[in-house]
Design a protein around this ligand. Structure first.
Ligand SMILES: [Zn+2]
Length: 325
């Protein structure tokens, strides 16, 4: 019997016996239905997790569907098959999230990445998510850019002006050099040009941009981790306090249909596919062994989870989180 048939069989048998108790009609009438006349536009999703004294708040700028053919190392048909196996194959491809992480240390606020800000898919919701928390852009003390692809840096600029007036901005020096090099821009395929253009604008509007050289602590308990490969200066951020830690790994994981089970799957944007693959091959099993708490940009919201070994394969397990902050 195929999976599809057995699934249908399961659904049929469940239909006969509802799993969830349904409240009596009278109860519904007296509460919800008398108040709610239509469904309002949903508020931005917000999830938080404690790491020692830190609060790490997952926000999302939105999502976009990426064609199966954008993933490398496997054919489009193979990626689609992996997606179908977990019921995640959409007509337009795999749905990737664009998550950002706000790290709160007392009054100090550090934002990791800023999203595509409407440049693709259904995005542009980060400002609303910050506002829902009562945080204005001027309240952000620091912004760490994990790399300079446009889907991580576009939220730094709005209408040709800088958004985070008081923030120290950090990016790896190798990425700043690469993404502001006119010769590299000229030689790059069209789909990378927007990242060059966005980087040029960020460097111009944030003249005090901190160029990071190697692994270092940028604030007490907040350290840069080198994850080169996806881009020359692709970095992660480790948050640690009181024996607890979380590592934000940006584009090390794209979607549960392919990662962490298959480190051989990459993405067409990757600068050095072989180096990116080696980095994933090293990181995935180690993260499973250490049961590391991970934050990842493109995994389904909130992008907080762990890599777990399940028999011979590695799986993504969403971490427990709390609503709001
Ligand atoms: Zn990305």
């Amino acid at each position: 019997m195929s999976n599809r048939l057995s699934r249908r069989g399961l659904l049929t048998s469940l239909a006969a016996a509802p799993l969830v108790a349904v409240p009596a009609i009278g109860a519904l009438n007296s509460t919800a239905s008398s108040r709610v006349t239509k469904v309002a536009k949903s508020p931005p999703p917000i999830a938080s997790i404690k790491v020692g004294r830190f609060e790490v708040i997952a926000l999302t700028d939105g999502y976009a569907d990426m064609p199966f053919g954008y993933f490398t190392g496997r054919t489009a048909a193979e990626v689609e098959q992996s997606a179908d196996a977990i019921s995640a194959a959409r007509k337009a491809g795999l749905r990737l999230a664009f998550n950002q992480f706000l790290v709160r240390d007392g009054d100090r606020l550090i934002l990791i990445d800023t999203g595509p800000a409407g440049a693709l898919g259904e995005t542009g919701r980060l400002p609303g998510a910050l506002a829902a928390l009562g945080v204005t852009p001027a309240d952000i003390d620091a912004v760490v850019l994990t790399h300079m692809h446009f889907d991580h840096i576009s939220g730094l600029v709005a209408g040709g002006r800088k958004v985070f007036a008081n923030a120290e901005v950090y990016a790896d020096r190798r990425d700043v050099i690469h993404w502001t090099d006119p010769a590299k821009r000229a030689a790059a395929p069209d789909f990378l040009k927007s990242s060059f253009d966005a980087s040029e604008e960020v460097v111009r509007l944030y003249p005090r941009l901190n160029r990071i050289d190697g692994e270092r602590e940028i604030a007490r308990g907040v350290s840069i981790v080198d994850l080169t490969g996806h881009t020359p200066g692709h970095i992660g951020v480790r948050i640690s306090d009181g024996g607890e830690s979380l590592i934000m790994v940006s584009d090390m994981l794209f979607h549960p249909a392919v990662h962490p089970a298959d480190a051989g799957v990459g993405f067409v944007f990757e600068q050095d596919p072989a180096a990116a693959r080696r980095m994933r091959e090293r990181f995935f099993p180690r993260a499973a062994e250490e049961r590391a708490l991970i934050a990842a940009t493109h995994m389904p919201f909130p992008g907080l989870g762990r890599i777990a070994r399940d028999g011979g394969t590695l799986r993504w397990i969403t971490a427990d989180w709390a609503h709001g902050a």
